[in-house]
Design a binder for this molecule. Sequence first.
Ligand SMILES: [Zn+2]
Length: 429
Amino acid sequence: MFDLIIRNANLPDGSRGFDVGLAGGRIAAIEKRIDAAAREEIDATGRLVSPPFCDPHFHMDATLSLGLPRMNVSGTLLEGIALWGELRPLLTKEALVERALRYCDLAVSQGLLFIRSHVDTSDPRLVTAEALIEVRERVKPYIELQLVAFPQDGYYRAAEGEKSLERALDMGLDIVGGIPHFERTMEDGRRSLEALCRIAAERGLPVDIHCDETDDPMSRHIETLAAETVRHGLQGRVAGSHLTSMHSMDNYYVSKLIPLMAEAEINVIPNPLINIMLQGRHDTYPKRRGMTRVRELMAAGLNVSFGQDCMMDPWYAMGSADMLEVGHMAIHVAQMGGIEDKKRIYEALTVNSAKTMGLEGYGLAVGCKADLVVLQAADVVEALRLKPTRLLVVKGGKVISRSAPRIGELFLEGRPASIDPGRDYVPRS
Ligand SMILES: [Zn+2]
């Protein structure tokens, strides 16, 4: 007896027409035809069934604050940081919780059930940490939320940066963050990584650093991060977020750097939407793209996953909690439009992110947790093209969100009465 059987599903590996049986909170069977009863059956009608999306880099303390206390006029990173500085003293726990919960509602409807959020620890009040810890608890039945202690104003640069970060970790944040390129000097940036990796090693926590989010090719903190990772035996538990300076680095230097990163098993987290929006701002023409070297890093065996970073906050007025929008942008900025490239981009939004976040029992295989999404698309390549409606979102074997398919009705002489963009335009092979 199954709790739920989803019939006639297409799977992320390209296989078609399988039944997926869920029981006891786990995926209990994936077969061509499951001949068994279930409390509920759903016909996926040849749509893609995928594990849920994961966002390994987000700022849930800032999301939905767009317009508070004013708009970012220049649209630059620096005005965004200044604007956040204006808003921060006005933040209240209640407002932070309300915005974060509202964001999580949207995330669920988009099939986004695993989120790693940075939490700004610069204000010693730590109202951000207090609020997000409450949110982590409240959303636990449907979203796994990981929280990074993030010294936005600099670990050494902010007045009480060091103390606040340690206090936030004492309160129960999960991961050690940092921002070496924003410290006063390169030397302070280097020292901050030494201190932060030591703290992580002592506390047994992972590390996730906003690292080299700049166009300066001499911003080489990733080198220090990789070396400190190896020194403390933190291989596989450290993430380098952004790494945009790698876009502008000398090729010879990168040929030494990437193997060093591979040795440290650094998890690479580019944020394509934000990188293409914020980098290259000091360029006239030609303008750099500013995203890190995704293809080369993947080829070297590094685990690359993509983050959304922002939605409707001081840095980025756009966003929709849609990781396929992130993947869609990644395809363009990394120029990874080949069919195999796109399959790897989809993995980056799902299994690679799960690896970055250290998720247990994630995936679409027998024995994995009964969490999945049914999309209005036939396969992963089509999903990236269409950013389709998430028809169903299942968590622990239960449907937690349902959306009607997007169907266009037409009133044209001699043409069809309706179109389903996820079915009627699939490439004919
Ligand atoms: Zn960020």
